[in-house]
Design a protein around this ligand. Sequence first.
Ligand SMILES: Nc1ncnc2c1ncn2[C@@H]1O[C@H](COP(=O)(O)OP(=O)(O)OP(=O)(O)O)[C@@H](O)[C@H]1O
Length: 347
Amino acid sequence: MTTSAPPRHARAPELAVSTTALRKTYRTRKGRRVAVEGLDLRVPRGGVHGFLGPNGSGKTTTIRMLLGLIRPDSGTMTVFDQPVPEHLPAVVDRVGAIVEQPKFFPAFTARRNLELLAGGIGAPASRVDQVLAEVGLGERGGDRFRSYSLGMKQRLAIAGTLLKDPELLIFDEPTNGLDPAGIHEIRETMRGLADAGRTVLVSSHILNEVQQVADTVTIIGRGRLLAEGDVDEILARGGTEAVRVRVPDPATAARILLEAGFAPEPGPPGTVLVRAGAGRPALNAAEVTRTLAQREIYLAELVWQRPDLEEVFLSLTSEEHLGAGGPHVAPPAPLPPSAPRRSGGRS
Ligand SMILES: Nc1ncnc2c1ncn2[C@@H]1O[C@H](COP(=O)(O)OP(=O)(O)OP(=O)(O)O)[C@@H](O)[C@H]1O
């Protein structure tokens, strides 16, 4: 007897995490505060998934529900297709998480700290050097914890989550309090973990920071879904590309560009911001340059202005969207069948 597999395109995307209509309210002195409202979250297996939203938008609450630390009012959640919290014990070893800062002993070396942690959670001591290497601390494992930079301390915390060799890593705001160098270290570490085949679900209120490393994102505001899907696809939906050109006479340049069918607008002093204009499928910088050069206007500078996730967020939560009707819920974009893998970060 032969069994035929369903055609590949018919398969639903494999999800590491999903939630449906998730809702959580907190009881406060002023009554019930809605923290998460009807949230559908879909985190594909493999790659980095950014879970983004401003402070107080419900990210930590969602993560705590997924980890069984608090209970939702209603809705369903799965981790590796297992309903949680009911079946959390079946998947708990496949998940590593940093929700609060783990406590390490300052006077002990990083390696000793991890050995103690491994003993406590029943992970083999042989994993310690492997996980130190995986977060780029292989050479510094013998140094005392207190001599570590904040970025290294955070990488050590990530190493701790890897001791049980989990497939899914959940990091709640892992770059909080770090300087740009530390943020870069954590971004590179997350990229490396995803490139090695793990799934990284990372929350952040700094959208552009995660934009550089995430393959897919979910953007929430006031506990509700605003947008989800592939980063490039969301960026494409979020605004139009433009080039900023510096020219000796911006007003004349703008008039010439308008006549040629572009959509120019005044930029910062001495510049014109040029968009494709109706009837052009995309903006072509060479065409802008040629149009002006043909009229003997030569550019001193041309800079691409690409929309970023902060802008997308602001446009999704602009007054009209957050008016009486509450936040606009963007139609979910289809997720790729398997998350893309990429080496290196975005720029
Ligand atoms: N224990 C609690 N009791 C009452 N309200 C709470 C509690 N925890 C969170 N909230 C409220 O729920 C909402 C969502 O908070 P949550 O911490 O989940 O957001 P967040 O997106 O993680 O924000 P941040 O980035 O600041 O941590 C906020 O309005 C917050 O004040």
